[in-house]
Structures are given as structure tokens and as C-alpha cells.
Design a protein around this ligand. Structure first.
Ligand code: TRP
Length: 326
């Protein structure tokens, strides 16, 4: 039986952090054998909230290196930029006729962004963010989309657009399902529920051992555990969450030690640093290789874009035919 297709995508915002890995990349790496995957670099989507494109190429390459360092295999799955495959823009135009502006205004992910970024007037392209995302997914006839909770509304809009097209012009597109990531989110080093570049509370996949040690030393823990022997509350401590993800085996004894006061925060943090290092060391080695072989990284993009383009062209031929635009 043919493998199901997935379309996974990220906006290129530069180097990735361990939250990206846990919330998305790890899932992509695990799925790449079971599914036929396409890995999209959503560079046009960046423009919805940032018109300055001076760093967009460098950010793309940094992100791509992190993808490769994390174990995504470009021989199995193409990696490509949205901007290099013009069919994305074309399908986006057609899809923009298949959905109302009222439906897009109700999108909770947009509302959240408008609130978080203090946006006063939403630009037309930002309103259309999920329409472009629908084109990203359906151009490759993606049947599943590995995403976090916040992207589920976009996959729902994708399903509605697919249905509308198929009813109007004839069956071309699947209705994709979201594939939710198990470990939703990692908290940031400042205790914020979300690790994010704009909050400056991240551990990067590319951070050195030294940098990680410094960052973790400064991280917030339970504010009620002031002295070493004070009992602590692991459930409010971000370091405990990191242990849960990167040091599963020792979680019971860390929890007991923290609660009783036998385990101090400094020791607990140093243990966390060493586990993070164990996890990141193989990635650092791979990153190092690709940083020294940038031509290879560029070839991976060129190859991925050729492979993606061929699929996108086939889909658009079908679309044109169904719409009598041949
Ligand atoms: N909106 C996604 C995000 O912010 C990025 C994205 C763009 C995407 N196009 C996509 C994700 C297509 C999955 C499929 O994370």
C-alpha cells in the first residue's frame, strides 16, 4: 500500500530551540519513515508579521541546518522554500475565492497573534494566513499535518477549503487530519509557559555546553525553595519539566528529593545540564559538519525544490483542468 503523505512546515525564524524539537521536529523525525513527508520552509508566511526580509535567507539556512542536525533525512523527504515554488501563490489565489472573510476573522490563532503582538490593523495577507497554509498542504495532497494545538484551526480551514473545491469543481484534494504532537510545549527559562525567541527564554539546539550551563544556572525554579534543604514543588518548576523530557529515568528520585528537601536546586540543575548535553552533543556534531559544508546544504534545498516543484505542477495541472482554465 502506498504510504500516506504528510506535509510539515515551519516559518524560518533562525536557529531552533529545544521547544521546537519537542513540540514538532522530534515528531517529524519519527514520522519520516512511516509516511511520505514533505518539509516546507514557510518563508512567505514570515511576512504576515514581519516585513523586513533582510535576514530571511540566513534564517532559512540556520533552520535547515537544525532540521538536518535533528535527524531529518533529505534523501527521504524533500525540503524546500515556499517562495521558490510559484504554484503556492497560484493555489493561494484560487483558494482565496473559496472562503469568506468572516470565517477567517473568526480564526482563534489569528486572534491570539493579534493580541500577543499588539497588532492594531490586521493586513490582508495575515488574515489569509490559513489560506496560504491550505495551499501549502494541498498542493502536495497532504493527508496528515503534524502540528501543535495552536495550528489545529488552520488544518480545519484547510479541510473546509478542500471540501469546497471538490464540491465545486470535482474531487482533487484530500481532507487532511492534524497529527498532534504528544509533548505539547516546553516552558521557557524564565518560567513562562512557552519557550520563544521573542521572549528570550530559550535553550537553542546549537547552544554550547558553556552557554547551556549559564542559562540553566539562571533559570527560575520554585520561588518557595530558597535554601538548599527547603522542600520544593516539582510541579511548578520548569527544570523538573526538562527532567521529565530529557531525563525520564531519574524523574521519581528527583521528585522525591525535591519534595523532601534532600535535593538542592543547584545539584538538580547541574544534572539537568548534563542530560541536555548528552542529548544535544550528537546534534552539535552534525551541525558542525553542515556549517563546514554549506554547499551541501544549498544542494539539499535545490534538490528538494526540484522534487517539490514536480508534484506541485501535477496538482496545478489537475486544478486547471477541473476549472476549465487549461
Ligand atoms: N503555520 C505554521 C506554524 O506557524 C507553519 C506552516 C506554514 C505550516 N505552512 C504550513 C505548517 C503547512 C504545516 C503545514 O507553525
Amino acid at each position: 500500500m502506498a504510504k500516506k503523505r504528510i506535509l510539515s512546515g515551519m516559518r524560518p525564524t533562525g536557529k531552533l530551540h529545544i521547544g521546537h524539537y519537542v513540540g514538532a521536529l522530534e515528531n517529524w523525525v519519527n514520522l519520516q519513515h512511516e509516511y511520505e513527508s514533505f518539509h516546507l520552509i514557510a518563508d512567505y508566511h514570515v511576512l504576515t508579521t514581519n516585513l523586513n526580509t533582510s535576514e530571511i535567507y540566513d534564517n532559512t539556512i540556520e533552520m535547515l541546518i537544525d532540521w538536518l542536525a535533528s535527524g531529518l533525512d533529505p534523501k527521504i523527504s524533500p525540503m524546500f522554500r515556499q517562495s521558490q515554488i510559484k504554484e503556492h501563490a497560484e493555489l493561494f489565489l484560487i483558494y482565496s475565492m473559496l472562503i469568506t472573510s468572516a470565517r477567517l476573522e473568526r480564526n482563534p490563532t489569528l486572534k491570539e497573534q493579534v493580541r500577543d503582538l499588539n497588532i492594531e490593523n490586521v493586513i490582508y495577507g495575515h488574515l489569509g494566513y490559513p489560506v496560504l497554509q491550505s495551499a501549502d498542504i494541498l498542493l502536495y495532497k497532504g493527508e496528515a499535518v503534524p502540528v501543535g494545538e495552536d495550528q489545529v484551526p488552520h488544518v480545519e480551514i484547510t479541510r473546509e477549503i478542500a471540501r469546497k473545491f471538490n464540491n465545486q469543481y470535482g474531487a482533487v484534494f484530500p481532507e487532511p487530519e492534524p497529527l498532534l504532537t504528544k509533548f505539547a510545549r516546553l516552558p521557557g527559562l524564565d518560567g513562562n509557559a512557552k519557550m520563544s525567541k521573542s521572549l528570550n527564554n530559550t535553550v537553542l539546539l546549537s547552544d554550547s555546553e558553556e552557554v547551556i550551563t549559564k542559562k540553566i544556572k539562571k533559570a527560575v525554579t520554585d520561588p518557595q525553595k530558597i535554601r538548599r534543604n527547603d522542600p520544593g514543588r516539582p510541579e511548578v518548576c520548569l527544570i523538573f519539566t526538562y527532567h521529565k523530557r530529557f531525563n525520564e529515568a531519574e524523574v521519581p528520585e528527583i521528585e522525591t528529593g525535591c519534595r523532601s528537601g534532600a535535593l538542592g536546586c543547584v545539584d538538580c540543575k547541574m544534572n539537568c545540564v548534563s542530560k541536555l548535553n548528552l542529548f544535544l552533543e550528537p546534534m552539535r556534531e552534525k551541525r558542525n559538519y553542515y556549517e563546514n559544508n554549506l554547499d551541501e546544504v544549498k544542494d539539499i534545498l535545490t534538490d528538494g525544490e526540484q522534487r517539490a516543484k514536480a508534484v506541485a505542477e501535477d496538482t496545478m495541472n489537475e486544478v486547471h483542468q477541473k476549472m476549465n482554465l487549461g
